[in-house]
Write a protein that binds this ligand. Structure first.
Ligand code: ARG
Length: 462
């Protein structure tokens, strides 16, 4: 079987060498984008008088037939034809005869593959934006149920100060908001057309790059043909944004894993998002959260793989760049899948409000309150810290928490203490009073949830 580029060659490569060089095994995922790009290209060739109306019509019809076959899974790709671009071109020539060979006028596989990937990533990133929004919404909906649910807040994984559970969940809402904005901003650079840059230097044909860009819904064209065919920044940005997003998810995964353990029992995952053990009948494992935490590593891997592939590459296209695809495809699948699972997990989890609340009563996370109390009565905060530290030690020695320590012990520690400390020390009071902007005070949390809902309602959907 002769190659579409075989003219210059006197012998054909061995099949196993072809197999090593081919990308059709994975870039067939781009078939629809490849045809979409070709349809715009041929229309442009017609408009510019480079092909006749009749030629454009034949090629367009042929491509549309191939598209239908692609959608029905009826195409038989061949390694001999190396990649998706040559496979589609071969299908076209088989379908409509030699006129199909005119499609490739004024373009190269180098601008073609770049165009395909811009189209692919635009579509995928728009879907990911929607999935992020869904997860944000799930967090807000759970949050609204739990404004006054208390949970110990941690630093160093040591109980620090109690917080509203909604406030804790909403921390992730804002991380996701940044993720959303990173993707949305990245889309500006994804939505630029490399088509018409040719192999690297442009073309002698009087093409109209702006016209084909417009047909494909791009906002503009690459200004430099060398840059157009060798730029993969838009994929790197996608992978960086995805790595940060996955890092965020992995943190919530870790909390979900901890919270659903026997030690915490703060939440229970719905059966649909947990699995059992093949040997221990009592087990209910948070597999999905563990998997997403693990999959974060794959996405980082794809980012580092592409950074390394591109490092030191001279202009313009180099075959190394064929290695840009699998990591990108994998990251897309991983991110979309993780977001979808996460949304379901958050929507269906049961929150053990009583266990959480009880936890806030059985620790010293209200100690800061006591120090603030003394400070607000004029004692320098440093001294107040010292007084309360001693009181905590006294409680530990006596087997008390601050709320059940007799008042006489307080009076002995400082004459500034009054009976109202027992109200001040209530976890609910502790949380309610942290009403500084962005704090966990219930009024602040209520405000944040309202702000978040407005943000979600105003998100422009792509
Ligand atoms: N399969 C190639 C890739 O994925 C397409 C571009 C090939 N260009 C070339 N001059 N060999 O990068």
């Amino acid at each position: 079987m002769s190659k579409l580029w075989g003219g210059r060659f006197t012998k054909t490569a061995e099949e196993w060498v072809d197999e090593f060089g081919a990308s059709i095994g994975f870039d067939q995922l781009l078939v629809e984008e490849d045809i979409e790009g070709s349809l715009a290209h041929v229309k442009m060739l017609g408009k510019c008088g480079i092909l006749t109306e009749d030629e454009v019509e034949k090629i367009t019809e042929g491509l549309q037939k191939i598209l239908v076959k692609a959608q029905n899974g009826e195409l038989e790709y061949s390694v001999q034809n190396e990649d998706i671009h040559l496979n589609v071109e071969k299908f076209l020539i088989d379908e409509i005869g030699p006129v199909g060979g005119k499609l490739h006028t004024g373009r190269s596989r180098n601008d073609q593959v770049a165009t395909d990937m811009h189209l692919y990533l635009r579509k995928q990133m728009e879907e990911i934006l929607l999935e992020i929004k869904n997860l944000q919404n799930a967090l807000v909906q759970q949050g609204k149920q739990h404004i006054e649910t208390l949970i110990p807040g941690y630093t160093h994984l040591q109980r620090a100060q109690p917080v509203s559970f909604a406030h804790h969940l909403m921390a992730y809402f804002w991380m996701l908001e940044r993720d959303y904005n990173r993707y949305a901003d990245g889309l500006k650079r994804v939505n630029i057309s490399p088509l018409g840059a040719g192999a690297l230097a442009g073309t002698t044909f009087p093409i109209d790059r702006h016209y084909s860009a417009e047909l494909l819904g791009f906002d503009g064209i690459y200004e430099n043909s060398l840059d157009a065919v060798s730029d993969r920044d838009f994929i790197l940005e996608f992978l960086s944004g995805s790595s940060i997003l996955m890092m965020h998810l992995s943190r919530l995964c870790e909390e979900i894993i901890l919270w659903s353990s026997q030690e915490f029992r703060f939440i229970e995952l719905d059966d649909a998002f947990a699995t059992g053990s093949s040997i221990m009948p009592q087990k209910k494992n948070p597999d999905m959260a563990e998997l997403i935490r693990g999959k974060t590593g794959r996405v980082y891997g794809s980012l580092f793989s592409l950074l390394t592939i591109l490092k030191g590459l001279p202009l313009a296209y180099n075959k190394d760049m064929q290695e840009d695809k699998e990591g990108m495809f994998d990251a897309v699948t991983t991110v979309k899948g993780s977001l979808k699972i996460f949304t379901g997990m958050i929507e269906t989890m049961t929150v053990n409000t009583d266990v959480m609340e009880k936890a806030t009563h059985s620790d010293f996370s209200n100690a800061t309150e006591l120090a603030d109390y003394l400070a607000s009565k004029g004692m320098p905060f440093r001294d107040a810290h010292e007084v309360v530290g001693k009181l905590v030690l006294h409680c530990i020695q006596q087997g008390h928490f601050l709320l059940d320590l007799p008042f006489a012990d307080y009076k002995e520690a400082s004459s500034l203490f009054e009976e109202d400390i027992y109200e001040v020390l209530q976890p609910k009071t502790v949380v309610a009073r942290r009403n500084s902007a962005g704090g966990t005070g219930f009024a602040q949390v209520q405000l944040a949830l309202e702000k978040a809902e407005t943000l979600l309602n105003n998100k422009t959907l792509f």
